[in-house]
Structures are given as C-alpha cells and as structure tokens.
Write a protein that binds this ligand. Structure first.
Ligand code: SF4
Length: 299
C-alpha cells in the first residue's frame, strides 16, 4: 500500500510542475526560437521574435503564464508496471490539475461537452486527459505534461488514405493542413505527423510526435529524410512568426509511425505553437525526480 504522505508529495510535485509548464517553455523550444530569430531577415518577423523573447522574460519575472491560453491539460504517462503509485496516478493527476489551476493560476478551459458549461476547475469528464504506456519489469514513471491550447489544437486533422496515394499522399495531407489552418496556431509550429493504420492510431502518434524534442529524428532514415523535406518545404511557404511572413513556418517536423494494414495509410497532423508548453519529469520508485525538459528548474 502506498503511504498517504508519499501520495501527497507526488501530487504536490505534479501540481507545481504543471503550473511551471504554463510559465516557461522547454529548453529545446527556447533554443530553436533563438535560432530562428537569428536567421530571420524580415523586419516585422524580427520584431515578433523579439516580443516573443520579451514575453518569456516577463512571464519569468512576474511568475505568470506566458500565454493566456493555458490549454486543456493532458498527461502522457510512461510508467513501469512496478511503479508503486501506479494505481493512484489518475487521482493524483486530477488533484494536481485542480491545485495548479488555483496556484499558477491556469485559465479555466474545461467545458463539459453537451452540457456546455465551463467546470471552472480545468477538470471534467476524462479531463485532464491521460494517455498510458506501461513498461513491464520497471519501477520508474515518466510523466509528460502538455497544455493543449485552442489555437494550436485547431489545425489537428486525420484521414485514412488509399494505399496508392503513398508517401506523396502523406506529404500532400500535411501541406494541405498547414497551409489551410497553420496560421491559426501561432507559428512557428512544431508539426507532428502520425503515419499508421487508422485515424485514431495516427492521431495519437501525431500528438506523441510533438512531445519529442524539436531537433530529434525518426530512427528510420527514410522517415528522417521525410521530416527534413517537409520542414524545408513548409519553411518555403514562409508563414513567419505569428503568420506575418518570414523565413520559417515551422520549428520542425516530427514523424511517429507504426506498422499498418496493407490497404490503408492512416495519417494525422498535430501542431504545437511557438509557445509549445510541454514538460517531462521522471520519478524513481522513492519519488526522487529529474526534470528532463527544462534545464536549471527549481520547483
Ligand atoms: S496558439 Fe499557442 S501562443 Fe497562440 S494563443 Fe494558443 S496557446 Fe497561445
């Protein structure tokens, strides 16, 4: 049986970490934004990048969220089957969301579907959203927090292509989504592409793709090449920061894939905005923890 004191400690750490994610961008995103700013030529785009950097500085100084839309809270949990608090995690993360909403504070973003009422707590049916991966014979637990804002979730789309549409069909789908709706999502975007067997598997993988570091690569060399080609092609569209024109449209393109039915190509796109608020924390069985996504954090 897990000790109540330990559960309270886990809940407190997760409440503070969740609130923190709303205020400070992960190290890889900050680095990429600095790189894009340094490589920018358009005067207006330079001003926008400068105001993004100033926004980060002020959010830090004032200890406030760096965007008013702190999103719907989603937790992606990769846990060992032997992590001692596994059975308590759902309750812990719901309470952590309630606490972070009050303490950080976070904007109230959970509207109960069909009742059409904001719960006022950032919790509701199936919210915070939990995604689980269980690792056998392990007692660690990594929890990724993602703040799914309205604008950055809007371009999301999934479709099952005919097999003959091939990888060209995947590319076309990604371009159609980003050129039609990408501007709504506060570029430069981190584009996640899922290639799989059906809509829900592709959609889940596309979201997992934007949890990966910005400059990471798919382990398959052809998929990694496709990531680079999509990134180059989308940058040539020149959306620029906040869609006002500039050298880049995206921070990167990450693809995640699975084996699929021979008659289908499921494809999905998820987008992260310039204020891509995600974080990863890894707990050991004794609840000591390491923050993987942000350097130099003190919670
Ligand atoms: S898209 Fe991102 S930066 Fe833009 S309003 Fe939404 S959460 Fe904020």
């Amino acid at each position: 049986m897990s000790d109540q004191k330990d559960i309270s400690l886990l809940q407190d750490v997760m409440a503070r970490f969740t609130g923190y994610i709303g205020k400070r961008l992960p190290t890889d995103v900050i680095k990429k934004l600095e790189e894009l700013r340094a490589n920018e030529d358009a005067e207006l785009a330079k001003v926008v990048y400068k105001s993004m950097a100033e926004n980060q500085k002020r959010a830090d100084e004032l200890d406030r969220p760096c965007c008013q839309d702190t999103g719907v809270i989603q937790y992606f949990i990769t846990t060992g089957a032997n992590f001692p608090y596994l059975g308590k995690l759902e309750e812990v993360l719901k309470n952590a969301t309630l606490e972070a909403t009050k303490r950080a504070p976070l904007r109230h973003n959970a509207v109960e579907t069909f009742i059409e009422k904001n719960t006022g707590t950032n919790t509701g049916s199936r919210i915070p959203w939990l995604d689980w991966e269980i690792i056998p014979d392990d007692d660690h637990c990594t929890i990724e927090v993602y703040m799914a804002g309205g604008g950055c979730s809007l371009p999301g789309a999934a479709k099952v292509l005919m097999p003959g549409q091939g990888y060209e069909g995947v590319n076309q789908f990604v371009f159609d989504v980003i050129t039609s709706y990408g501007v709504n999502a506060c570029p430069p975007l981190l584009v996640g592409v899922g290639v799989s067997t059906s809509v829900e598997t592709a959609a889940r993988l596309s979201k997992k793709a934007i949890l990966r570091p910005v400059d990471s690569q798919h382990p398959n060399s052809d998929a990694a090449k496709m990531e680079r080609l999509l990134e180059d092609g989308l940058n040539r569209v020149g959306l620029g920061p906040q869609g006002l024109g500039g050298n880049a449209s995206v921070m990167g393109v990450n693809i995640e894939s699975s084996a699929r039915h021979p008659s289908t190509i499921g494809v999905a796109v998820s987008t992260g905005c310039w204020a891509h608020r995600r974080g990863a924390i890894r707990f050991a069985a004794d609840l000591s923890y390491e923050i993987l996504s942000h350097k130099g954090v003190v919670l």
